[in-house]
Design a protein around this ligand. Structure first.
Ligand SMILES: [Ca+2]
Length: 464
């Protein structure tokens, strides 16, 4: 399988490039592969249906950048991620991050990113992937580069359970990758991960291969543990230029892919398989994010307004779900309200940090089970949804509970397989003044750690 793909790529590299009109790039056919998703960046802006653009001072790796949407734009057929020495949001530098999170994810296939990387001390451009269901690890790093060593490409597979996570990694020393465009590719099948640079395989692993959908992230970090911080030799601004991102699936006769993508909601697929046999029936359901409603299907679903519906697999199919803002959606009613928690890891990590609307502040409990945090809505409210924004130290088993007096609790949701990341629990139909996350099993040896704990619903009309 490997040699066939390598041969196909070899041929591709030596074919004359087709001159495509601007705005109309046609990706080349890769023999044996089917193009399922791509962005050639031919338009005049970042496509919000494909990319989520970060707007936050993310707290990780001691990085120094603020990820600003102003630093990400499309120009001359390229996605540009600009890094500048400019204060924003309490950080001394601005840079950019885009990801297909909440839009597109895939399991197995070939992803290609053609890019020209920024160099200079303290910069850290990366093309990487994270699991769609949330949590960390796993993580696959297609390409990472430390700006002060512009000829060294890092390729890494992160695996295991936080905090006993591990990684397999290789550094390939080639040309200066900041001078020209290069193609960084990852091939991923159930048996292995294979990293390619300009069509040549440089790293491969056959253990700890992930088996779940991942989304794609492109960014440039500034400072932090990997590149160290910029110094007087650092040159700003810097530009990370991406010519295209393409995802291919391997063609196997008689099997078909179901591609799904959605913004402001998700499509659940049952059974969810990397590929299907002819005649298989797949149940799909469109689940709007909090604040949105389902408006219908697009693509090959052929489901009318049925939700959920059943898709017959007799060819490759792509379906998207449309979600629109819901004017009747429940409102955020927990922001800034009183909180209490069983414990706090330290005074700086108190319960109030989970309702302050700041994704850079968090509540963290002490490191034993059980632990809880509740918010006091001030009066009895109709509660319809809860969103939990977990830090890495998340809950494997937890309940959501509601109370009128903070003593007697009613369980309204329970799981023993919490995914971490962003967890939205919707469709609640309960009334209460207090809402509690009660954790009974931690996912790590650390505590329960929430960037935000958000309750959505309706406050009662004021009594005259
Ligand atoms: Ca917070």
């Amino acid at each position: 399988m490997r040699s066939a793909a390598a041969f196909a790529l070899f041929c591709l590299l030596f074919l004359p490039a087709a001159e495509a009109a601007p705005g109309n790039t046609v990706p080349p056919k890769l023999e044996g592969w089917y193009l399922v998703w791509h962005d050639e960046f031919d338009g005049d802006k970042v496509d919000p249906a494909k990319w989520r653009v970060e707007d936050a001072a993310l707290v990780k790796n001691k990085e120094l950048e603020y990820y600003s949407p102003a630093n990400v734009y499309v120009r001359d057929g390229k996605l540009i991620i600009k890094s500048e020495k400019k204060e924003q949001g309490g950080r001394p530098y601005t840079s950019g991050l885009v990801e297909t999170k909440g839009r597109y994810s895939f399991e197995y296939g070939r992803v290609e990113v053609r890019a020209k990387l920024p160099g200079t001390k303290g910069l850290w451009p990366a093309h990487w992937m994270m699991p769609a269901k949330g949590g960390w690890p796993p993580e696959i790093d297609i390409m990472e580069l430390v700006g002060s060593k512009p000829d060294a490409i890092h390729m890494t597979n992160h695996y295991g359970e936080f905090p006993r996570n591990r990684y397999d990694s290789k550094v390939f020393n080639g040309p200066d990758y900041t001078k020209d465009f290069h193609v960084f590719a990852l091939e991923w099948d159930p048996a292995g991960l294979h990293w390619y640079i300009d069509g040549v395989m440089h790293f491969s692993v056959s253990r700890n291969v992930p088996h779940e959908p991942f989304y794609i992230i492109l960014n440039t970090a500034v400072g932090g543990t990997m590149p160290r911080d910029p110094d007087e030799t650092t040159v700003f601004p810097q530009h990370h230029e991406v010519d295209y991102v393409r995802v291919y699936m391997k063609e196997i006769p008689g099997t078909y892919f179901l591609m799904t993508s959605a913004v402001n909601g998700k499509i659940t697929v049952d059974p969810r398989l990397p590929r299907y046999n002819k005649g298989d029936k797949v149940r799909v359901a469109a689940v709007p994010a909090i604040g949105y409603k389902f408006e219908g299907w697009n693509g090959d679903a052929n489901l009318g307004s049925n939700n959920p519906g059943t898709v017959l697999m007799n060819r490759h199919k792509t379906i998207t779900a449309n979600f629109a803002p819901d004017p009747n959606a429940p409102k955020l009613i927990s922001r800034g309200k009183k909180t209490a928690a069983s414990t706090s890891e330290s005074p700086e990590l108190s319960a109030g940090n989970a309702v302050d609307g700041d994704m850079g502040t968090r509540w963290s409990s002490e490191f034993f089970d059980p632990q809880w945090i509740y918010v006091d809505l001030g009066k009895s409210c109709a509660i319809e949804a809860v969103r939990l924004e977990w830090e890495n130290a998340s809950a494997r088993a937890f309940k959501l509970q509601v109370s009128d007096d903070a003593r007697s609790w009613r369980t309204v949701y329970s799981t023993d397989n919490g995914a971490g990341g962003t967890e939205e629990i919707t469709g609640l139909d309960v009334t209460g003044r207090y809402v509690r996350m009660y954790g009974s099993e931690r996912r790590s040896k650390y505590g329960y750690s929430l960037w935000e704990f958000e309750v959505f619903g309706k406050e009662p009309p004021s009594v005259m």
